[in-house]
Design a protein around this ligand. Structure first.
Ligand SMILES: *Cc1c(COP(=O)(O)O)cnc(C)c1O
Length: 472
């Protein structure tokens, strides 16, 4: 059978212009192992984007496989209202041990966007039920991404996803967020975490004053001053705005935001769907800042990328505002059919065990320095590489037209997409965000694969930018 043709006959793929599939048909994958994916012809692809950032510990991880197999013979699913099961309870016990302080009540959903929707509804309802019904608006940062269902989409600030749907979206208070590469204040960011000294190609700053003290935070202060009283919550992707092109900002911003939120009684919602589970070098991005959000949304790495599951975790204080006699009507009337799915919970429990037993994050951090070093060495000399930025194992290479002015490439040339196609031919799965090439590999990636995938990415970038023969 021609599987590709049959695919195109039936399937409308996510986030795709299906016409593109005429020249790049769908790659039909048969099996996976570690960071490798194998198609039906046996060709191998190195998955260095963790299959949309969710695969944490490699494909077909033997321990997670075994955990799901074991669970499936006792219970596949059960209604989660008034019913429970050991995997969900155990998962919450274990998560409570590693989450930032104060996060202790777990509300389950089955995908990231739904967890965001839950967080927003929860915050609105909290304020309504605690005597502040005027607090019904939300704040979000420029270039944010929080998913694609309508309320989650409304929080987003990436035009590619939101522009067309604006007439349908909630009116969000948009705050000019950090933009470290093109810092409007001309500051130099000193790094984003301990294992990461400086993460860009920016020239050394001239004297003290050039260092960043989150000058951009004044935009948040202005917004809170103006709208704080009518705002229920602000939502952020902590430290890393993924879909925006892996934009990274310092933990100080989160610390300041925590203080500001306390001052105006605004909930701080952490969208850790992409940043959680060691992606930034610590279990959660918020750990870098040493403060806690009021609600944290988890998904993606939560099940190691195996099963669709998400959780909105919150505090006792928020929980308590919903706790009363039934007829008071204060319950959180929100449900998803697959909430608390036992198979997903069993995968998620195993993920936490593996992280601990195999010291995954610690070991990944050791290799992260090497990964960042070789990427800088290989890419920074290119005329069109504006910046290499990194946090944890995530590394992003921003291609620009002009290094000095940081002018972007002409997006109509689809340079990133051309590089993507080239790399697929050579067996590496990149998926550039516009003209930002990035790596966000499973945390288990070894040095040998780091060398291989960065060589291929470099080769493809040069071929597309400068033609096959031109050396730099
Ligand atoms: C992926 C993602 C979401 C949405 O999760 P889905 O499961 O795709 O709905 C939300 N926020 C962030 C930061 C994400 O990376």
């Amino acid at each position: 059978m021609d599987w590709q043709q049959e695919d195109l006959k039936y399937i409308w793929h996510p986030c795709s212009q299906m016409k593109d599939y005429e020249t790049l048909p769908p790659i039909v994958i048969e099996r996976g192992e570690g960071i490798n994916l194998y198609d039906i012809n046996g060709k191998c692809y190195k998955d260095v984007i963790s299959s949309w950032w969710c695969n944490l510990l490699g494909h077909c991880n033997p321990r997670i496989n075994a955990a799901i197999k074991k669970q499936i013979d006792s219970l596949e699913h059960v209604i989660f209202a008034n019913f429970s099961h050991k995997p969900a309870i155990t998962l919450c016990q274990e998560l409570a041990k590693v989450l930032p302080e104060g996060l202790c009540k777990f509300n389950f959903a089955d995908n990231g966007s739904s967890a965001i929707e839950m967080a927003l509804k929860m915050s609105f309802q909290y304020h309504y039920q605690t005597g502040n019904p005027q607090k019904k608006r939300f704040m979000a940062l420029t270039d944010a991404y929080h998913g694609e269902t309508l309320a989650a989409l409304a929080m987003g600030g990436v035009d590619l996803y939101t522009q067309l749907y604006k007439p349908l979206l909630l009116d969000v208070i948009r705050i000019d967020g950090p933009d470290c590469y093109r810092c409007p204040y001309g500051k130099h960011c000193t790094g984003h975490s301990e294992q990461d000294d400086t993460s860009s190609s920016r020239p050394s700053p001239q004297g003290e004053g050039a260092f960043c003290a989150c000058e951009c935070f004044k935009k948040a202060e202005e917004a809170f001053e103006k709208y704080g009283d009518e705002t229920a919550a602000i939502i952020v992707e902590p430290l890393l705005q993924g879909s925006a092109g892996m934009k990274i900002y310092p933990p100080l911003y989160l610390k300041k935001l925590r203080e500001l939120c306390d001052k105006y009684k605004v909930h701080l919602i952490a969208d850790e769907i992409a940043t959680g589970y060691g992606r930034t070098g610590k279990m959660f991005a918020f750990n870098h800042a040493g403060v806690s959000p009021d609600i944290m949304c988890l998904s993606k790495g939560l099940t190691g990328g195996y099963m669709p599951m998400a959780i909105a975790v919150t505090t006792q204080e928020i929980y308590d505002a919903f706790y009363d006699d039934y007829l008071k009507g204060k319950a959180f009337m929100h449900s998803h059919t697959y909430a608390g799915n036992p198979l997903a919970c069993s995968a998620a429990i195993e993920v936490l065990k593996i992280l601990k037993d195999e010291k995954i994050i610690e070991n990944a951090n050791k290799r992260a320095a090497y990964f960042n070093k070789i990427i800088k060495e290989k890419f920074l000399p290119l005329e069109n590489v504006g910046e290499v930025r990194s946090i944890g194992l995530i590394n992003a290479i921003e291609l620009v037209k002009n290094k000095e002015t940081k002018e972007p490439l002409d997006y109509t040339k689809r340079t990133g997409y051309q590089i993507y196609k080239k790399a697929l031919e050579k067996g590496v799965l990149l998926r550039p965000l516009g003209d930002v090439i990035y790596f966000n590999p499973p945390l288990i990636i070894e040095k040998e694969d780091m060398n291989f995938v960065t060589d291929i990415a470099l080769e493809c970038t040069k071929e597309i930018l400068y033609g096959t023969l031109k050396e730099i």
